[in-house]
Design a protein. Structure first.
Length: 363
């Protein structure tokens, strides 16, 4: 994604009760991948047995690819869960079938292909799926034949899940999501878009000089964010540890991001003011700044850095030791050599600490 100089005008924020319920259901499909949400997983063990069976039966809808139709009315701050669900039910069958199909096939293999309108692609996908998973192939056939019927069963289960389990959870987390939006908006107002985007590292890569945001996905798009093509950032508690992107037509451009930094708070914030000062002292020397610049390209050995700096290996080693003591570098061994690399989480920690000083000067 490429941002203009006036990107602040092309960025919006939202929260969504429907998306949040869907992401919390996704957590339950693979608890081991969502360590921060173990308390929710444990609470949901007490759900009625019939509801848990229904959720397992329809979890293909949320287990991997999250259909974009769950974002219907996600930008409306006054939209309730019921409003958003009604908007999904009102969508054309072809849109529903296309999104549901992506939950059942290899999205990287069939990206850019129309399984709904192209019989050859549809038959190839069904034949391939039949060889590996006959049950999924049968489900895909039903999706393509009558997407409304398939989706209605899943939405009925989702409604019951909301009413029995998630409505109170939404009341609990909604204020914190709006607080996250307020913090992001304040940061953008004071410093622009890219300091806010840094909080999404390491899931995204940013290049402030080129004003670009990149996500490593097997789905290739090059998008200019403009007033005609704005991007909405949807704050979410349960999307962690993912950052989800919607960039295919006819859906609006959207990034659903964790309301808290992807790295746990203990790792992204200095434990004390002295901790920040230690890091700044380590950076406050020209040779060490040069080391940081060289390591930003890729990992290097002491000998390689000494040559680049024009210093002796022993002097270079002392500089590296000071950076390591401040937690700014990491090491790994490759054969005879010890290679140094930057710790991006530590650098983000320092940036966050300095940013908070500017946002709260009276603190």
């Amino acid at each position: 994604m490429r941002f203009t100089e006036s990107a602040e005008e092309d960025v919006a924020f939202s929260v969504s009760p429907l998306l949040e319920a869907v992401h919390s259901w996704h957590v339950l499909t693979d608890p081991g991948h969502h360590a921060l949400h173990v308390p929710w997983v444990r609470r949901c063990r007490r759900l009625p047995a019939a509801l848990r069976r229904g959720m397992r039966e329809h979890d293909f809808v949320v287990a991997d690819y999250i259909p974009a139709f769950f974002e219907s009315r996600a930008g409306g701050h006054d939209a309730t869960f019921e409003d958003q669900l009604a908007a999904v039910r009102a969508l054309p069958p072809a849109l529903l079938a296309a999104e549901l199909a992506q939950t059942l096939v290899d999205t990287t293999r069939y990206s850019g292909h129309d399984l709904v309108a192209d019989p050859a692609v549809r038959d190839a996908a069904l034949a391939e799926l039949q060889q590996s998973d006959a049950a999924r192939a049968a489900r895909l056939s039903r999706v393509l034949a009558d997407p409304h019927a398939v989706l209605e069963h899943a939405l009925t289960t989702l409604e019951e899940y909301w009413n029995v389990a998630f409505v109170d959870e939404w009341k609990r987390i909604e204020p914190s999501l709006y607080e996250s939006i307020a913090r992001a908006g304040s940061r953008i107002a004071h410093q622009g878009v890219f300091p806010m985007l840094r909080t999404l590292v390491p899931q995204i890569r940013i290049d402030p000089a080129r004003r670009t945001l990149r996500l490593d996905r097997p789905h290739h798009h090059d998008i200019a964010v403009t007033r005609e093509c704005p991007v909405t950032f949807t704050a979410s508690h349960y999307v962690w540890p993912h950052v989800r992107v919607t960039c295919d037509t006819p859906w609006p451009l959207r990034i659903t991001y964790p309301a808290l930094p992807l790295v746990p708070a203990s790792a992204t914030r200095p434990s004390s003011q002295e901790d920040t000062l230690t890091a700044l002292r380590a950076l406050a020397a020209a040779p060490r700044l040069q080391i940081i610049r060289h390591l930003a390209a890729h990992s290097r050995s002491t000998q390689e850095l000494a040559t680049l700096l024009g210093l002796s290996p022993s002097v270079t080693s002392r500089h590296l030791h000071q950076l390591a003591q401040a937690g700014l570098t990491e090491t790994r061994r490759e054969g005879y050599y010890v290679l140094y690399s930057l710790d991006p989480a530590r650098l983000d920690q320092i940036a966050t600490a300095l940013t908070e000083l500017t946002l709260r000067p009276d603190a």
